[in-house]
Structures are given as structure tokens and as C-alpha cells.
Design a protein around this ligand. Sequence first.
Ligand code: PEP
Ligand code: MG
Length: 578
Amino acid sequence: MRILKGIAASSGIGIGRAFLYIHEKLVVPHTSVPGGKTGSEKSRFTGALKVVASELSEMDNDSIAEDHRKIIETHMMMIEDPEFISSVNKLIDTDHICAEWAVEQVLAGFIEVLETAGDPVLRERSADLYDIGWRVIRELMGKRRADLSSIHEEVVLIADTLLPSEALSLDHTWIKAIALNGGGRTSHVAILARALQIPTVVGLGKITDKVRVGDEIIVDGNLGEVAVRPSSASAIKMRDRYTRWLEHESELQELAALETVTKDGHKVSIKANIETVDEVESVLKHGASGIGLYRSEFLFLKPGGATEDEQFEAYRSVIERLKDTGAVTIRTIDVGGDKVIPGMEGLGEENPILGWRAVRFCLSRKDIFRIQLRALLRASAYGKLKIMFPMISGPEELDNVMLVLEQVKDECRRAEIPFDEDIEVGIMIEVPSAALCADLLAPKTDFFSIGTNDLIQYTIAVDRGNEKIAYLYQPFHPGVLRLIQMIVDKGHQSGIPVAMCGEMAGDPLSTVLLLGMGIDEFSMSPQSLLEIKNIIRSITLVEAKELVTKVMGMNSYININTYVREWMHVRFGDFVTA
Ligand code: PEP
Ligand code: MG
């Protein structure tokens, strides 16, 4: 037996046999073939097309959802496209190259044409083409990768890493837990695992080297531990801890309908973060008072992206279902960084985290941005919607996105499309420069929402997804706490509310401190809501402010951590401080 320690990323415990999933970097062979051998390369290509086509038709059965079927149909059309097939065959004949190389070249050419096309629908198709083209290349190379969505037995998924688009394809009926070599608590795969309610531990180093396919595995997503081939004694211990945790969770459920108010009457609101429409049920069950962050980019991470109508339907359905509960804050797409749109992976920025991300992407792809803003405005006619812009770095950038929004509003007025004329527009504060000039930004916006996942990453210069430096990722770093206090104060001085939607808002260890600092709204993954509500209802604002005064006078995150942990442990016990 072996116990591996990592970072707890999604609570619960999952038990099952190991399913190994490793991304290897494929190097496409660039092999020349003599003239006489081109015929066999063409037959290999035809054979690969046949295998992929038959896999696609096997996937197309009655049990799949309509949008999944559409994707399969599109892929099928591409694989049968005469132009694609003849271009590859021609290249093999004229350039005397192997089939893999020919597909790679033809694919690159087709994708370029689609991506530079004026028509956004055509551009969206490039993601599908990329997907299907690489399937053919893999088949030719004999490097077929397991399809995660086709897992139909209970397994624990052990992987080096998972792309957000892969995580989206997981079915929690079968995936009992996830354990990853890489990643941090605030990496997007961890956020998705919480959304899917799959117990997960990340940042385990080389777990893929230590596990064999079929090994029995227990993943404890509360403690961040993974037991490989566990002894029966430790299995019993882990299950026992889990049972106690479930009891605690069910006690918390009684708080769902109660107000979020401190013992001395200070009210705050607690809201949910969601990535997909499917999570709304869990939001309602856990007693959120609205949605503080809907990460709309996840609509775009599936092949084919999302059309204006698809977006509108998704936004409208969330807003309507929350109509009697509270407002829904939808963030405009934050792609880039670790959220790559399939088909755009080839852009290969050297430094994507500091690169073409979020509003930077939207301002240079106004076609995509305008479509999203129009879909949002249309949906705003159906309930209480707020728009939020991510990664704003300063006043000019905010002016630029506001200008586009005003233009789209004008278009809607001219086209007599109804929308909420009083729609509130806010920004995320997650870049240190925005925090430092919060006083300049506050008068231009209706609310702030602090994105601590990125704010910590950029303030301490520590990649939020890199397990090697995860020890530096410290929410209680004095630099981070000072910035948060500054944002709250500047927001309040301008009379706007200050929310927090980074993972720190759902971390029980931080709740009292944040409350004392003046956060008005806490937005988090639905599973954390009741724990946070319980803490807020158990203390006074006066106590919280005293804690802030004490902590702000301390000189290191280690001291702050130790002090706050002890303070919280005395009052709330080990489920809060695990
Ligand atoms: C954040 O950065 O804190 C945030 C909420 O946005 P995301 O995690 O999607 O980058
Ligand atoms: Mg962010």
C-alpha cells in the first residue's frame, strides 16, 4: 500500500480501479516515401478514415444528447468530405510523403482558411476539423487515445493532466474520483471537478508512474490523499472519516433556507459559481441567493463553440430558473491561459497566462465578443442579469469594452430587440494593476468582484496550475491581503458593492477574515455554500474585524496562517481546518 499526498481539490471520497490516461506529445513523422510506395500510403489513409468513421457511428446511439449527436454528424461529414480526401491523396502523390504528414499539412491549410474567414460559423467549424483531423493522424500512427466520454465502468481516473474540454466530457456516474500529477486547487480542471462533484486530488507529482491499470485506489478529496492498493485497515479509516464528513454535510443542509447574517445582524449574500447550465439544480439545493459567476467560456470549450442562439438559450435558461432566487452574473468569455478552445491550441503563445486572454482576446476578436454581448442583452429581458468583464487591467481597457457594449446596445435598440436598459455591468479585479487603481475604476462600474485565483497568481507571480511552486500560492500573503483590503475600501468609497468570486471566497479558513475586511458577497462552488453560511451565522462582525486588525499587523503568511487556523479550529473544528 502507498499513500500519496497532494492538494485537495474537490471534496468527497471515491473508490475504484485505476484507469490511466496520459497525454503524450505526438510528433508527426515527416517521412518521404518512394514513388512506388505512395499507393500503400493512400490505402493506409483510406483505412484510417474507415476506422474513425466506424468509431463515430458506434458513438451515435439513442442514449446520447442532441448536441452531442450534432457534433458527431459534423465530424462524419468532415471525414467524408471529398475535398479533404482528394487533397491528402494528391499531396501523397505529388510530394511523396507519408499519410500522417500529408493529413497534417492539409489540415493546417484548411484550418487557416476557416479561421481567417469572415463568417464566424465557418470559424467555429475549425475546432471540429482539428478534432477529427487529429483523430485520423492518431489512428495512422497507432496512437489511439482512450475516449473519456466512452468510459462505462466505475473507475478512478489517474492522469498527468486534463484539459478543461476533456474534464467537461466526464460522466460522474462512472468516474468515481480523479487523481492528477499536476494542477493546483484553483486550476480550471479542479474548478470543473468541483462542478461535477467528483472527488479529486491534484498536484500529486508522478502518480501516473506509481499506479498500474486496474489497481485499487481510494481518493480522499477532503484531505488531499490518495491510497494506492490500500490495506483493509486504512480503507476502513478513510471510509470512517468520510462517513463523519457526510453526517456533518447533512447537518449543514438544514441551513439552506436561512439568511446569511452574523450574530450581530450584519447581512451578506452568498452566491454560486457555475460553469455549465447543469449545475443550477445544485445551486438551488444548496441555498445560494443567486449566481455570482457564470464562467461562460465553458460553452466554447466543446468542439464547435457556441452560436448566438445557443448562448442565448443557455443564459436565458439559467436566468429563468433563478428568477425567484436572485440575480445571475454572467462573465464574458475568459478564454486563453489554461482554457484553450479546441482548434486554437496551435496558436502556441510563449506565455499564455500573461498573453491573449479574456477581454484582450475579446477586444481583438470583436466578432465573437459582439455575438456574446448580443446574446447576453437578449437574455437580460427574461430576468435579472448582470454582465461582468474579466481581467480588466486598467481604465482604458474598461472604456474599450464599455464602448463595444454600448455599440451592441444601440444595435439592439435599432433592431427593436428588447433588453434590460438598466442592466448592471461590473468588472473582475484580478490583475494587480486594477487593484492598485481601483479608485479610478470604481466610478465607471456598478460592482467589483475580486478574482483571487488570478489576483494571487499575478501578485505573487506564481502559476496557479503548477504543483512545483504550489507552496508559494498563499492567499494569506500580506501582499494579497493588503490588495484585497484596498479593493474593498476603494469600492465602498465609491459606493459600489464588492464581491469575491475566486476560490478564496469558498475556503472556510478565509471566511471570517474576508467578512471582517468588508466583502459584501461571497460567490463559490455550490458545495461550499452551506459551510460558509454556517461560519458566518456563528460569529459577530465585531469578532471578524478584531481578527482582521490582528492579522494585518503580522509580518508573514506563515504567522497569519498559523494564527487564523488556530482561531478557526477552536471555533469550528477539523472539517473547516483540514
Ligand atoms: C479568479 O481568477 O479568481 C476567477 C474567479 O476566475 P477564473 O478562475 O475563471 O480565472
Ligand atoms: Mg480569473
